[in-house]
Design a binder for this molecule. Structure first.
Ligand SMILES: Cc1cc2nc3c(=O)[nH]c(=O)nc-3n(C[C@H](O)[C@H](O)[C@H](O)COP(=O)(O)O)c2cc1C
Length: 274
């Protein structure tokens, strides 16, 4: 049996699936008036599920994106532009967290939505490491500060990172400006085979950070730890990023302490209209 099966009783021959297929591997079988895959199509199929999703009749099933597993779009949940703008603009980087662990189930729900972000060729290459618990996260912040100290020992005022001395001084004064006492850290990563791995994982993290506040959680991209991971590869092993995973980015996550009441201004978009 091939990847596609068509319920000929339900199919109206409207060709919506044919028109929507990103790799153009569907054709109408003239003898039946229903779609079929072209020879060799199985290798070219992205497994994106568009053919299943676009059919209003539920007439098309895909062996690897089964109709049964594709939830219907619930029209009553659709949001308008104004709501979308407020939702997107109210996302904030959170740097103060409650002293409360993040439940594993909650993390699972967030990762579950993050895996639905777009990926190049629908490769879905993003994998996750969860560093769970404030002490473990602080241990990593300490390692990052250790790396910063070794940088400062060679160059007390590095031009490429002028903030390093202040971060180390803050740490010595008992304040974690690297990972902000976060109770948890998620690291999204992708293997070297994923040509667009960094883009794919950044989009997944963005989905996660947008969904997080709906569960009371706040997030912040951990760029300082990322700097330490890139400059000091042994740290990658310590956080659980395996060899062969050059694409990665850590994100702090925890229950948010601050509430924001305004949407801060941003620079006007620079656009060239051609
Ligand atoms: C790739 C990336 C790395 C970041 N790294 C850090 C970081 O290490 N520490 C931090 O406090 N904020 C970090 N941020 C958060 C930015 O400072 C923040 O997005 C920016 O100030 C705008 O604020 P907003 O996210 O609340 O809109 C990072 C953001 C991005 C996108």
């Amino acid at each position: 049996m091939g990847l596609l099966s068509i319920d000929e009783g339900l199919c109206k021959g409207d060709e919506l699936c044919v028109a929507d297929c990103p790799t153009a591997i569907l054709r109408i079988d003239e003898s039946k008036g229903t779609p079929k895959m072209i020879p060799g199509g199985e290798e070219m199929c992205l497994r994106c599920g568009h053919c299943v999703a676009v059919c209003p009749h539920g007439a098309l099933d895909h062996a690897e994106v089964p109709l049964d597993g594709c939830d219907p779009v619930r029209k009553e949940l659709t949001i308008g532009f104004e709501q979308a703008v407020q939702f997107l603009r109210s996302r904030r980087s959170v740097r103060r967290f409650k002293d409360r662990p993040v439940e594993r189930d909650t993390l699972r729900r967030l990762i579950d939505v993050a895996r639905c972000a777009p990926t190049a060729s629908n490769l879905q290459p993003v994998e996750w490491v969860v560093i769970d618990g404030r002490e473990k996260v602080q241990g990593l912040a300490e390692q990052a500060v250790g790396w910063m100290r070794s940088v400062l020992a060679k160059d007390a005022q590095p031009a490429y990172a002028p903030y390093l001395p202040r971060l180390v001084a803050a740490w010595d004064a008992g304040s974690d400006a690297v990972l902000r006492d976060a109770p948890c850290l998620v690291i999204a990563m992708a293997p070297k085979e994923a040509a667009n791995g960094m883009v794919d994982l950044a989009l997944a993290l963005s989905y996660l950070e947008l969904a997080a506040p709906t569960l009371g959680l706040g997030t912040c991209w951990a760029g300082l730890l990322q700097g330490a991971l890139l400059s000091h590869p042994p740290l990658k092993g310590k956080v659980g990023i395996p060899a062969g995973y050059p694409h990665h980015y850590p994100m702090m996550i925890g229950y948010a302490k601050p509430t924001y009441h305004r949407l801060p201004l941003r620079k006007p978009a620079k656009v060239k209209w051609d």
